[in-house]
Design a protein. Structure first.
Length: 100
């Protein structure tokens, strides 16, 4: 199911833990807006007993077809950028015409 890894890189984080990074042919998209760069924010879930556990809030990203430098491309854009017209949506594709 997953491609075989080509290279395994082991690097050390600033606080001393070792981490494995596997380079593969897969490309993972970041959870960030392609226009404004808005990404996840961090905080805590707080229970009634005031226990705090880590959590993340993700931006509301939509995958849209947009015009970039005269070309139509697919972008992951947050809804705030769509609502404020920071991105120009591409026109809809014409419907296929049935030949007689």
């Amino acid at each position: 199911m997953y491609p075989s890894p080509r290279l395994i890189i082991i690097f050390s984080l600033p606080f001393g833990r070792l981490t494995d990074c596997i380079a593969t042919d897969w490309v993972f998209m970041a959870r960030a807006c392609d226009i404004c760069g808005k990404g996840p924010t961090f905080g805590h879930n707080v229970s009634h007993a005031n226990n705090k556990t880590n959590r993340r809030w993700y931006p509301n990203l939509q995958r849209i077809r947009a015009v970039v430098d005269g070309e139509t491309k697919r972008l992951r854009v947050c809804t705030q950028c769509i609502r404020s017209n920071r991105v120009v949506k591409a026109p809809r594709r014409p419907a296929a015409v049935a030949s007689d």
